[in-house]
Write a protein that binds this ligand. Structure first.
Ligand SMILES: [Zn+2]
Length: 448
């Protein structure tokens, strides 16, 4: 019997019983639910939606006004199609209407609060119940398990400013329930990578998780230092775009498939790949997820659309038709794993990551990066900043085979796409800096 088995079957259940946490019970339910038919899962989603609408009508002045203003009858709002009658909720509305968004009759003392990083320019304060938080944790755990990892097994992470256990209680929980260790991505140098590798050999983690680009930087550093580590069971890439060429490097270095996950701080997990990697399974038990064109109509399968979510489990500060400001591609494919949770193809970036051509059409920054990194030799990494409709700056980290030809090809690639009337600046840099949150942005559009 190994220690991970004891953690999973003895210490964690015991801890759950002592603290009264429902997380494990929620997780067990979710494990079963995932194999229900899509129809059955949509039934659960619709029931929760009806309950949420009935609740906000009685207890939330912001949504009562919204529903009344568009002339909808809450009693007849039955499904996602009816939901489409309500306006979109934006980040700035959440910021400005924060107190109105809170439902009535809540015990303030029991509420949990989170602050989002505001990397899109709007920091938000969010409130939710403990039950909502436990449901989210349970859902995250379900998708953690899709990587092959089992609860109680050690985890290695690449994270900026990681939270380490400080108090005796936290350390005890850390050792007895979930051991993990970090590479702090805000301070990566040879010494830190070597120390991380040493910890890896001692702890033998079965899961590696982190921001997509941080995982890539780690893989590259290990390659440069000729360090090889025992393969984990799974690698979980979270929180930002996973560029296919970077994914390939991570998978080669760790000899393990990457599991791509997508979510946001406001509603937690939205979608995650399973062990078959045929798309991201959407978390439809907890969310209604819409993909919308610019005119507000639903995007077709295969067509990029703005992601709009309705959180069915946060009744404290409900987010109904909240625009996350990311763009994703819905799918009608069915995953061969047998789970009933529907798929989306991929997330192709934030709305703010799309560059704008002189004719007003938009181009996904991630595609530009991917195309240039794959097609033009001599570029290790690249960041595109569009300062104005006629001004594009490229920061590139040159590879060893960088030549004048690299520069010329890059310039003509952008000229072909955006035209000669745009001013281009190509600058060589030693690295692309992370944002304070630890995330990286490769494509930034500052055109208002
Ligand atoms: Zn699947």
């Amino acid at each position: 019997m190994n220690f991970a088995f004891l953690r999973r079957h003895l210490f964690e259940p015991l801890h759950g019983r002592l603290t009264g946490s429902p997380k494990l019970a929620y997780w067990k339910d979710l494990e079963k639910n995932q194999y229900f038919s899509t129809q059955h899962l949509l039934g659960i989603q619709q029931r929760r939606l009806r309950e949420l609408i009935a609740f906000v009508w009685e207890n939330n002045s912001f949504y009562r006004e919204r529903i009344a203003a568009v002339g909808l009858n809450p009693a007849t709002m039955q499904n996602v199609t009816d939901l489409a009658g309500l306006p979109i909720l934006t980040k700035s509305e959440i910021r400005d209407q924060m107190h109105n968004l809170l439902s009535r009759g809540l015990d303030q003392k029991t509420l949990q609060k989170a602050k989002t990083g505001g990397s899109t320019g709007t920091a938000l304060e969010l409130y939710f119940s403990e039950e909502c938080s436990e449901l989210r944790n349970a859902c995250a755990r379900r998708s953690d398990c899709w990587t092959g990892w089992r609860p109680g097994e050690p985890i290695a992470a690449c994270w900026g400013n990681p939270k380490l256990p400080k108090t005796y209680r936290e350390r005890l929980k850390f050792n007895l329930i979930q051991p993990y260790f970090y590479l702090d991505t805000m301070r990566v140098d040879e010494k830190a990578v070597r120390f991380f590798a040493e910890q890896w050999r001692n702890a033998k983690p079965t899961l590696l998780y982190g921001h997509a680009h941080s995982l890539y930087l780690l893989a590259e550093a290990l390659q440069d230092l000729a360090i090889s580590l025992p393969a984990p069971k799974g690698i979980l890439s979270t929180s930002m775009m996973l560029i296919p060429s970077e994914r390939a490097v991570i998978e080669e270095v760790f000899e393990t498939k990457v599991t791509n996950r997508y979510g946001c701080e406001e509603v937690s997990l939205i979608g995650c790949e399973c062990e078959r990697h045929e798309g991201m399974h959407l978390n439809i038990e907890h969310l209604v997820i819409e993909f919308l064109r610019d005119d507000g109509t639903p995007a077709s399968p295969g067509e990029p659309g703005r992601i709009v979510v309705t959180d069915l489990i946060n009744w404290v500060m409900p987010l109904i038709r909240y625009q996350v400001e990311d763009v994703g591609v819905p799918s009608l494919s069915v995953c061969s794993c047998g789970r009933g949770l529907p798929l989306m193809d991929q997330v192709i970036g934030r709305v703010a990551d799309f560059l704008i051509k002189l004719d007003g059409s938009r181009v996904a920054g991630i595609s530009l990066i991917e195309n240039t990194l794959t097609d033009i030799p001599g570029i290790r990494q690249m960041q595109i900043i569009q300062e104005a409709i006629d001004e594009i700056k490229l920061n590139i980290v040159p590879a060893n085979n960088y030549t004048q030809e690299t520069y010329d090809q890059l310039l003509s690639y952008f000229q072909d796409l955006f035209g000669d009337a745009v001013r281009y600046t190509i600058k060589k840099v030693t690295d692309i800096k992370a944002e304070p949150s630890g995330k990286y942005r490769f494509s930034i559009c500052n055109v208002k």
